[in-house]
Design a protein. Structure first.
Length: 297
């Protein structure tokens, strides 16, 4: 094999156009080193063909330290705790991906990270790290023109608990919408990729943002915010006993974080409590009337 380990890091050694090329990838991860070698071969081939490359792609840790963290700090001045959260994930991601070039990171590397990280923290923590990598770091790298596309955008986070995989009944309206899409489907997916019906759509972020602009909704909201809406409305509709299972939570205390009753619902709850107390008082009085006290001996 042309990639081998020496001194704790991987080296490449191959021949191209009759010339030997040998050097250190400076990487400790075998898969990342294979990608680095492939990139080096592509660079040689491009040079041979007279292709002019853009500016060199920065190493992962350099991009995070010099661009991502400074961007995050500016972007979240009003929410410093958000920036702190991203900085925590960034530190762990740097430990894993290190000096690997941004364009060498693939979905395979991310899967390795998930396995390694899941041995250290909870699934929820792993998902937070993946969100920083997938939605923030690499998308910023695209905007900065370091990479052409985010090759790990389709990586699916694992569920936070065993309750994450569940059966959720659909409303009649939701069922009608899905049936309508089924009649128009041209491939195996109800929500296919716009350029290839044989592949699923991997994100609805752009479509969501376009819908917000079209509807002139200000301020905008995240799709995940609708989970709080679902929790609140379900609780106000008095489906509390099953709400935990519908939302895929292992305990009711987690579910209650998503429940935000309206002021009117709170007032109605107090009125309901008052009615209950009155009913209980009358019931107690009626029981006393039905059971005469025994005369003293």
């Amino acid at each position: 094999m042309s990639v081998y380990k020496r001194g704790g890091v991987y080296w490449y050694d191959f021949w191209f156009q009759g010339q030997r090329h040998r050097g250190s990838t400076k990487l400790r991860n075998k898969t990342a080193a294979d990608s680095a070698e492939a990139i080096r071969k592509a660079q040689l081939a491009e040079a041979r063909a007279g292709i002019i490359r853009r500016k060199p792609c920065p190493a992962f840790k350099d991009f995070v330290n010099t661009e991502f963290l400074s961007w995050s700090e500016r972007e979240h001045q009003a929410h410093p705790r958000t920036h702190q959260r991203y900085a925590v994930s960034a530190k762990r991601l740097i430990t894993f991906f290190g000096i690997a070039p941004l364009d060498a990171i693939s979905s395979g590397h991310v899967e390795e990270f998930k396995v390694t990280r899941s041995e250290e923290i909870s699934p929820a923590g792993v998902n937070r790290d993946l969100a920083v990598l997938r939605l923030l770091m690499l998308n910023l790298a695209i905007r900065q023109e370091h990479i052409v596309r985010n090759r790990v955008s389709g990586v699916v986070p694992s569920g936070k608990t065993k309750f994450a995989r569940r059966n959720v009944p659909l409303t009649e309206e939701a069922a009608r919408i899905l049936k309508r899409r089924l009649t128009k489907a041209k491939g195996p997916y109800l929500f296919p990729h716009r350029r290839d019906p044989d592949k699923p759509i991997t994100t609805v972020r752009k479509a969501h943002q376009a819908a917000l602009r079209k509807a002139s909704i200000r301020p905008p909201f995240r799709l995940y915010d609708l989970r709080h809406t679902f929790g609140s409305r379900s609780a106000m509709a008095q489906v509390d006993p099953t709400l935990k299972e519908l939302m895929g939570h292992s305990n009711i205390s987690t579910t209650m974080r998503y429940v935000h009753p309206t002021p009117e619902h709170k007032r109605e709850a107090v009125r309901e409590l008052e009615r209950y107390n009155v009913d209980q008082a009358f019931a107690l009085h009626e029981r006393q009337l039905e059971s005469p006290q025994k005369s003293p001996q």
